[in-house]
Ligand binder design. Structure first.
Ligand SMILES: [Zn+2]
Length: 165
C-alpha cells in the first residue's frame, strides 16, 4: 500500500495524532530513506524513471525492509519503548501493526510481500500487488496516448538542434 493510504487508514482506524500517523507509515520509512539515495549514488535513478524498471536493491536494504514489516520486530520495538519510557505505546504499536496487516494481502511475494515473521520465518503471502498493477495500467494508457497523439510525448533528451549549446 502507498504512504497516503497508510496515513489515511491510520488516521481513520487508529488515531489522528501526527506521531501515531507517522508510526502508521513507519514501516516504509527505511525504504524511502535508503533506496532512492542508493539509486542516485549508483547513477541509475533517471534510467529507472524512464524505463520503469527498478534495479534490485542490495541485501541490506531488503533486510531493513523485512525487519520493519515484521510482527516480532514490532513487538520487540514496543517492548523496548515500554522499558525506556515506562508505558506501553499502544496507539503507535497499533498503527505499526495495522501497516503490516494491510501490506500482507496488498503485495505479491515477488513485489515486496512482507516477511511478517522475520527473522523467525521467511513466510510471505502472495497477495494482489495493486500498486504495481495500477502503475502498469497507467503506463499502458500513457503509451497508447503517445501513440495516438505523438505530440504528447515527453522527451528527457535534448533535441538534436539543442545539442552542443
Ligand atoms: Zn509497507
Amino acid at each position: 500500500m502507498d504512504l497516503l493510504t497508510h496515513a489515511l487508514l491510520t488516521w481513520k482506524l487508529v488515531d489522528g495524532d501526527p506521531s501515531v500517523v507517522l508510526a502508521g507509515v513507519g514501516p516504509d520509512i527505511p525504504w524511502y530513506l535508503t533506496y532512492p539515495v542508493w539509486l542516485l549514488a549508483k547513477g541509475q535513478a533517471v534510467q529507472a524513471l524512464k524505463t520503469g524498471e527498478w534495479p534490485e536493491p542490495p541485501a541490506w536494504i531488503e533486510t531493513l525492509h523485512h525487519a520493519s514489516h515484521s510482527f516480532p520486530v514490532a513487538c520487540g520495538g514496543a517492548l523496548m519503548a515500554y522499558i525506556l519510557i515506562g508505558r506501553w505505546p499502544r496507539r503507535h504499536f497499533e498503527a505499526w501493526m495495522l501497516h503490516i496487516a494491510v501490506d500482507i494481502p496488498t503485495h505479491s511475494r515477488r513485489f515486496w510481500g512482507p516477511r511478517f515473521l522475520w527473522p523467525i520465518a521467511d513466510v510471505a503471502v502472495d497477495g494482489v500487488p495493486w500498486a504495481e498493477i495500477t502503475s502498469r495500467w497507467v503506463a499502458a494508457v500513457w503509451r497508447n496516448i503517445t501513440i495516438a497523439f505523438p505530440g504528447a510525448q515527453v522527451s528527457l533528451r535534448a533535441k538534436p538542434y539543442e545539442q552542443g549549446r
